[in-house]
Structures are given as structure tokens and as C-alpha cells.
Design a protein around this ligand. Structure first.
Ligand code: SF4
Length: 888
């Protein structure tokens, strides 16, 4: 008999993969949904591990008011009465919501409606501000609307894909795989990667342009100028469908007059610039796919428009295989844009033009609607710090970890009259600042819709009961709205009622002058909503989906797309003598945001266990930074500690550190605290990828790790990182000063009771301890004077349910079996736990020449495919008799 199955979508990135959840007798089996158009059955390592993240560990289960567990009524009444009082006393702008691209569209819709339409302020912003606000601003400047012109099928129809500021292999792995398949099917397809850092995505690039950070506008201005010189412009398209090329071309000519000048400014070889320009001019079907590397900049919007300019100039938009394609970071960033989740949008892709405000007010029957944009994320937390915003409700996001100048964000929250946090996780850096905690249902427990990067609306469906008192966000928001006196407007009983209203608003008085119109779904029945198949807007009319801008008409007053004259600008902060290095930030393959979900999976946690910093070997040598030791990175705002990885993947003078580690799992691991809250003037998006810092060796006198069945309280460390293992917790530790007694310290950390075994060589600085009960290992701790400590994998394997045999017991303090084969090394393939050293040895000794051969022999790379770029690097590195620079 076939197991019942729920079709839903992945809660992580903006690819928006369909997920099928089979209900088995012993739990749930997660697989890619073969019928979903975004992924056709594929999932990346994160999506494939979703089944490992469903436990209740760390869940927020009950409302709390100032640390005291309470019922829903008291908590909701307290939120509503405080917000109402502040609005009455100080006006609507005294309160704010900070929401998230993790919310479902229905949650987002009611949050936006409550704040803008009924409280009467536009002070609702979202963490999508950190992700793609520059793309929104760029599209609106060019097209008059926030319209992503492309679909994923364009990637398969293109002759050229230009990836700008996008580590697609790690951040949007299924898109990367689709491009890989497209290349296999069409060997003529060329891929150009433009990124200051050599990433895993380089694996598939025919050309790689490691440009100087922040010089994207210069590169694309140069391209515009080149296209003119080479007579590669589409004059008919320019004439019929665009305006403003004159000023844009003049600025391009002035700022990027020649290939040598562009090459010098971008720090690239002339031949690389020339080759890219020739390729672009030649390939008519071009998709330029861009993401956070473009958007997260103080000139992000100009970068976006410089990309759009070259597409308009060549007429490469509205046609198969062509267009400037912003790919979003979050699962429902696009749904948030549709409902108006950004402070500078109103709703349904309408803004604050008086007639639009009037239209939405009539539709909602609002008593007092916001008539002008509200505070964008950085300004919002500044206003909380300054006391003009007195109460904030944070939903499904963790700004104390993810915002720039994150320590200041925390300090601001501590000054607020009221901080409400709705979340599914009990302890985050942000819930620690909350006065009121509201337990939200999470993925698998809630129902609604999401929209992915290609405007495809999909259902997210519940397959689990929400635990404890937790409830869907839409319900929590509407309950507060009712208590604020808006019961009639928030009388929804289910998400489908909200969806119908959202769809109706999109079509309300929409004569085709607004791009977002899903009015055809406004009468969807309950059953129709339940069985809704993924559908991309504009909704199919006649046969097949309509292509955006296929008729060359745009949503500007003239119907023409606008060129924008883009002046290259330097990043907000430049390196100085004191802060001479530029810190870039980003994601790693197997973690998502602040790790509250992915951090639960032992498999995912093994890929990158600790915060790390990539440093060029020349800088490492000059700075005295040793591979595997700890570095202290410092900006004028804060410092962080990270494990050094020497690699030529970053250029001299540049560093890279990941964004995921929080105070909950790492001491001084929050990179957001270092970053200045400088923003793009048009989008308000912070510059998260260009922070001048200094780096120096940490004054560490000992390194250690501990592994334990239960979580440990370990004190006296300068550095401590916690990660999930399979049946255990792993701690990486380091300290500046020695404890008085290593054994006393170890006993305090590992707990008392049971059998205690110890080894100490004080002269060599080596100390090892273990505690067992009933011949089962409970905890162990290894200390050394340098980072060279035994491998953790074998020790971790001793934390199963079985009792230990005498050989394993005797080998605990050795750290490995005496006759052990060499360890597999850091995990590359998360699905089959295959390590780097195992792979290199097999590739060399068995002469494996391709990923397919590796997959057949070791399974690695044969499931989700997320590790394929790393496998390719290992194959080419091993056969070149070089150890490739793959960070571990
Ligand atoms: Fe989820 Fe991975 Fe698909 Fe993104 S690419 S939606 S993280 S499975």
C-alpha cells in the first residue's frame, strides 16, 4: 500500500523546491517533488535533510510574558493593549513590525494589512531588506514595477548565463544543477561567473572574473559602452520600447571609456574583460542571474540597473532565454513583495501614490491607512534606539544575529518599551531581548502559499500537529488585530480566506496597469486551494504562461523601460591603515540563516562545524595567521573569532566569513556585529559584503574539544562553538589562560558520576578525560597546546546506544582505534558522509576521472548533488598532484 503523501515546498531558499513528505510508520520520508516545476524532484543537501529537523528540541511551546509562562489570551491582550496605548499616546509611527521572508504569504498579508491599513503606519519592514531590496528598487526604476522578468526555463533556453555575485552552487544548489544539466544538453551554453571570490560555482564557469569588490557598475558600464562601439545594440527595441539611453550611455562612456580602463578599475586582466564583452555581444540569448553579491551593497540598486541597462540595450528581455534575473535568498521573499511586506510598498505591488493609497483604503475599509513609506530595517532599529519607535513585534527572524551593527540592534531592543517576538525557537539571540514571546507554528505545521524567485506560487502544506500552544502566524496576528478593535477586518477563520482577499486585491481596479494580478484566483474554493498546483504569474491566459514583457510594454507612465545612468561609486567604508582588509560575508552550503533549523541536523553540521575566515596565504603569512588556528577579526564596532582557512580562493587584501553563527552556538561568532549599517540610498539595503577589518592571531594558549551525549556548560573559554552530532553534542574550545587544575575543570565541564578516566602530559600540554556510565561513553574532553587534536569522527561514533567493548574503551583516550585506517577527513558529501581524504585517496588510487565514477565507487555526489562542485575540484586537484584548496 502506498504511504500517504503531502506535497509542500522547502522552507529554505528562494528556488522554492517542491517537497513530497511520505507518512511512514516510523516517521516521515522527505523527497523532492517530481511534479514541481522548480526542481522536478531534485533537492539539495539542506532540503534532503529536512526530516532530521522535525524534533521538538528547543521549541517555544507556550506564550511567555516577561519570562513567565502564560496563556494566549493574556499574552495577546498585553501585546494589543500596549500597541494600542502607544498609538493613542504617540501616534501610529511609535510602533513597528519587523517580519520575515520565512512567513507565508497569508501571514505576511495580515501583518501588512494590520500595520498599514489599521494601525496606520508603514513601519513594517522585513529581513528581505537584507536580501533583495536593491533588486526591487532596480526593477522599479527600470520597469516601473517590481517585476522579475524571468523563469527558470530561461536558464535552459539561454546561450549565455552570466552569474554576478552569486555562489549558486551553495546558495541556490538546485538552480546550479539546472544550469549544469543545461550545459550538458547544450555544450554551446557558456557560463560567466563574476565574483571577487573563487567559489564552488567556479566549477562550471567557462570564464571567471574575480573583480575588485564594488566595481560591478564599472564593469557593466564598460560593457554598455563596448556594445555601442561594436554596434551590438538593438536599435529597434531601443526605439520602440525604452527611454533614457542618452544619459546612461554618456555616463558609461565617461566612466568606462575603454577595456584597459575597465580592467584597471576592476582589477582584472584586459583579456578577461575583452573576452567577457565579446561573449556577451555574440550571445543573443543571455540571462544575467544575480543575487546578494550585487544587492548587499551601498550601491546595490545602481549595480542592478547597470545590469538591466545592458539587457535593455540589446533587447534581451521578454524573450526566451534572456533577461536580468534576480534570484531571491528566502523561500517567500517574493510573496512578501506581493503583499507589500517592505516598508516602502503598500500592497499588491502598489505604492504610496495617492490614488493607490485611496484604492487600498477603500478595498480594506481602513480607518486610517499609511500614506507614506515607513522605516526601512536599518532606520527602524535606529528609531528604536532613539526612542521614536517604542514597541516592535519581530516575527520569524533573528535581527540580533543578522542585521549589520548587530550589537547596536541588541542594545536598541533593550531600550524599547516592548519587544514582542513570535518564533518557533525558544532561545535565539533575539528572543533573549523579548518581553513577550509568542510560540509560532513552523514548517510542516502550517499551511499557506509561498512565491519563489520565478513568481511561481506554491502551496506549503501542514503534515504535523502544531505542538504545545504554538499557532500559525496569521492566527496570532489576527487575534491581536481583533483585540486592537479591528475584529471585522480580521475575521478570517483560515488561510484560504486570506488568500482569496489577497488575490482579489491584486485584481481590484487593475486594468492591466499593475503587473501583479492573480485576481483569477480570488474565487478559489477551499478544495481548490487545498489542491492548488504550482502556478506562475501572470496567470495562464489561453494556452501556457505569459512571458513578462514579451510585448515590449513596461509599467512606466510611457510604457517604455527606463535606462538609468549609473555612476560607479566606492563602497561606503574603504580600508585604512588600521583596518586594511576587506571582509566579505555569505552562506555555506549546508546551513541556513541563523542555523535554528539546519543546525539540528548532524549531517548538515558536519560540513562546516565552526565559524571560519578565508585568508589569502600571502596575507596569512604577513599577519602570522596559521591554518587551523584562531583569528580575531576586528572592525570599529566589534570583533569576532574564527578558524583560519588559508586559500587562494580569496584575493590578497580580502577575507570571507560566513553569516550563520550566533551567540547561541558560538562565542564571538556573529559576523553581523562587525558590519557598519551603511545602506544603499535607493533600496535601504545594507552593505553586508564590504567591511574594512583587521585580523590577527588570537592569543590562545590551549585548544580543546569535548563530545557529550547531553549539552554541557563549559566555562573558562575564550572560544566555544557547539555543533550537533549524531546522538551527541560537539564543542570546539580554546582559551587564553590555563585553569588551575585541568582535571577539576574537566570534571566541572563533563559532569560527575560514573567511571572517570584521564591522561595528562603536562609538559606537552596534553590532557584527555572521559566519563562513562554502564560502559557507555557519556562525555570526553581533549586538550592540546595547539590545534592538532585527534579527529572527532571516531570518538563521535562511540556515542551510539551500544555498550563499549574493552578495545574501544581502552582506545578512548588515544582518540582512535590503534589499528585505525586513516580518517576520512572533513565531510564533503553530506548525504553519504564521505570525507575529503577518502575521496582524494580513491580518486588517486582508483584513477577516478569524473563525478559519475566517484558516485559509482563511493556514492558521493550521487544523491542531492550539492557536493558536485567540491568533487570536481578534488578530481582536478588530485590529478594535478596538488592538494586543492577546498576549505574544511
Ligand atoms: Fe530548498 Fe535546496 Fe531547493 Fe533551496 S535549492 S529550495 S534550499 S532544496
Amino acid at each position: 500500500m502506498t504511504a500517504p503523501m503531502t506535497r509542500t515546498t522547502c522552507p529554505y531558499c528562494g528556488v522554492g523546491c517542491g517537497v513530497s513528505v511520505s507518512h511512514m510508520t516510523d516517521g516521515f520520508k522527505i523527497a523532492g517533488d517530481a511534479q514541481h516545476p522548480a526542481n522536478s524532484g531534485r533537492l539539495c543537501s539542506k532540503g534532503a535533510a529536512l526530516g532530521e529537523t522535525l524534533d521538538m528540541d528547543g521549541r517555544l511551546l507556550h506564550p511567555q510574558v516577561r519570562g513567565r509562562r502564560t496563556g494566549w489570551n493574556e499574552a495577546l491582550t498585553e501585546v494589543a493593549s500596549t500597541f494600542s496605548r502607544l498609538v493613542n499616546e504617540r501616534g501610529p509611527d511609535a510602533v513597528a513590525f519587523y517580519v520575515s521572508g520565512q512567513l507565508l504569504t497569508e501571514d505576511y498579508y495580515v501583518a501588512n494589512k494590520l500595520m498599514k491599513g489599521f494601525i496606520g503606519s508603514a513601519n513594517i519592514d522585513t529581513n528581505s531588506r537584507l536580501c533583495m531590496a536593491s533588486a526591487v528598487a532596480g526593477y522599479k526604476r527600470a520597469f516601473g514595477s517590481d517585476t522579475v522578468p524571468n523563469s527558470y526555463e530561461d536558464l535552459e533556453q539561454a546561450d549565455l548565463i552570466v552569474l554576478v555575485g552569486s555562489n549558486t552552487a551553495w546558495c541556490h544548489p538546485v538552480i546550479y544543477q539546472r544550469i549544469g544539466d543545461a550545459k550538458a544538453a547544450n555544450p554551446a551554453l557558456e557560463v560567466v561567473l563574476i565574483d571577487p571570490r573563487r567559489t564552488a560555482t567556479c566549477d562550471m564557469a567557462d570564464q571567471f572574473l574575480p573583480l575588485r569588490p564594488g566595481t560591478d557598475v564599472l564593469l557593466f558600464n564598460g560593457l554598455l559602452n563596448y556594445l555601442r562601439r561594436e554596434d551590438a545594440l538593438d536599435w529597434e527595441f531601443l526605439d520602440l520600447h525604452t527611454e533614457g539611453i542618452g544619459p546612461a550611455m554618456r555616463v558609461a562612456r565617461e566612466t568606462a571609456p575603454s577595456i584597459p580602463s575597465v580592467a584597471t578599475g576592476c582589477g582584472l586582466p584586459e583579456r578577461a574583460v575583452a573576452q567577457f564583452y565579446r561573449t556577451f555581444a555574440r550571445c543573443r540569448r543571455t540571462v544575467t542571474l544575480f543575487s546578494q553579491g550585487v544587492n548587499q551593497s551601498s550601491s546595490g540598486t545602481d549595480k542592478v540597473n547597470s545590469i538591466i541597462n545592458v539587457h535593455l540595450a540589446t533587447g534581451r528581455i521578454g524573450k526566451p532565454g534572456a533577461g536580468p534575473f534576480s534570484i531571491t535568498g528566502q523561500p517567500n521573499a517574493m510573496g512578501g513583495r506581493e503583499v507589500g511586506g517592505l516598508a516602502n510598498q503598500l500592497a499588491a505591488h502598489m505604492d504610496f501614490e495617492p490614488e493607490q493609497v485611496n484604492r487600498v483604503q477603500r478595498f480594506w475599509g481602513s480607518p486610517s491607512i499609511a500614506s507614506q513609506p515607513g522605516l526601512k530595517a536599518v532606520d527602524l532599529f535606529d528609531a528604536i534606539e532613539q526612542g521614536t519607535v517604542r514597541a516592535v513585534w519581530i516575527m520569524a527572524t533573528n535581527p540580533v544575529a543578522s542585521m549589520p551593527d548587530a550589537d547596536r540592534v541588541r542594545a536598541a531592543l533593550r531600550r524599547a518599551d516592548l519587544v514582542v517576538v513570535s518564533d518557533c525557537v525558544r532561545e535565539t539571540d533575539t528572543t533573549a531581548c523579548a518581553d513577550i514571546l509568542l510560540p509560532a507554528a513552523t514548517w510542516g505545521e502550517k499551511s499557506g502559499t509561498v512565491t519563489n524567485s520565478e513568481r511561481c506560487i506554491s502551496r506549503q502544506r501542514a503534515f504535523l500537529q502544531a505542538p504545545g500552544d504554538s499557532a500559525p502566524d496569521w492566527w496570532i496576528i489576527t487575534q491581536v488585530a481583533r483585540r486592537m478593535g479591528f475584529a471585522d477586518a480580521f475575521a478570517y477563520q483560515s488561510p484560504v480566506e486570506i488568500f482569496r482577499e489577497h488575490a482579489r486585491l491584486s485584481g481590484f481596479e487593475n486594468d492591466g496597469s499593475r503587473d501583479f494580478d492573480i485576481g483569477a484566483l480570488a474565487a478559489i474554493s477551499d478544495d481548490g486551494y487545498e489542491t492548488l498546483q504550482p502556478v506562475r504569474w501572470p496567470l495562464p491566459a489561453g494556452s501556457g504562461n505569459k512571458r513578462m514583457f514579451a510585448d515590449g510594454r513596461f509599467y512606466t507612465p510611457t510604457g517604455r523601460a527606463r535606462f538609468v545612468a549609473t555612476q560607479p561609486r566606492s563602497p561606503d567604508e574603504l580600508p585604512t591603515r588600521r583596518y586594511p582588509l576587506v571582509l566579505n560575508t555569505g552562506r555555506v552550503r549546508d546551513q541556513w540563516h541563523t542555523m535554528t533549523r539546519t543546525g539540528k541536523s548532524a549531517r548538515l553540521s558536519r560540513h562546516r562545524v565552526e565559524p571560519f575566515v578565508q585568508v589569502h596565504p600571502a596575507d596569512a603569512s604577513a599577519l602570522g595567521l596559521t591554518n587551523g588556528a584562531l583569528a580575531k577579526l576586528e572592525s570599529p564596532r566589534a570583533h569576532m573569532l574564527a578558524r583560519v582557512q588559508q586559500t587562494e580562493d580569496v584575493q590578497p587584501g580580502q577575507l570571507f566569513a560566513p553569516i550563520h553563527w550566533t551567540d547561541q552556538v558560538a562565542v564571538h561568532g556573529r559576523v553581523g556585529a562587525l558590519i557598519k549599517s551603511a545602506t544603499d540610498p535607493h533600496s535601504g539595503q545594507p552593505e553586508l559584503k564590504h567591511t574594512p577589518v583587521t585580523a590577527r592571531p588570537c592569543q590562545i594558549s590551549w585548544y580543546a574539544f569535548a563530545i557529550a551525549r547531553n549539552s554541557l556548560e563549559i566555562r573558562g573559554c575564550s572560544y566555544r562553538v557547539r555543533a550537533r552530532g549524531d546522538g551527541y553534542w560537539r564543542y570546539e574550545l580554546a582559551g587564553e589562560t590555563h585553569p588551575e587544575s585541568w582535571e577539576g575543570w574537566a570534571r566541572a565541564a563533563l559532569g560527575e558520576g560514573g567511571e572517570w578516566i584521564a591522561f595528562s602530559d603536562a609538559g606537552a600540554g596534553r590532557h584527555r578525560f572521559a566519563r562513562l556510565t554502564n560502559r557507555r561513553l557519556q562525555a570526553c574532553l581533549f586538550v592540546a597546546s595547539d590545534p592538532n587534536l585527534p579527529d572527532r569522527e571516531w570518538l563521535g561514533s562511540l556515542f551510539g546506544d551500544e555498550t563499549l567493548g574493552s578495545t574501544d574503551r581502552n582506545n578512548i583516550l588515544v582518540g582512535r582505534p590503534v589499528d585505525a585506517a586513516p580518517n576520512g577527513g572533513p565531510v564533503v558529501c553530506a548525504c553519504f558522509s564521505v570525507g575529503r581524504d577518502t575521496l582524494i585517496q580513491a580518486i588517486r588510487t582508483r584513477q577516478l576521472m569524473s563525478v559519475d565514477e566517484v558516485g559509482r565507487q563511493l556514492n558521493a555526489g550521487s544523491n542531492c548533488g550539492s557536493c558536485i562542485p567540491e568533487l570536481n575540484a578534488l578530481i582536478s586537484g588530485a590529478h594535478a598532484s596538488q592538494r586543492p584548496e577546498i576549505p574544511s
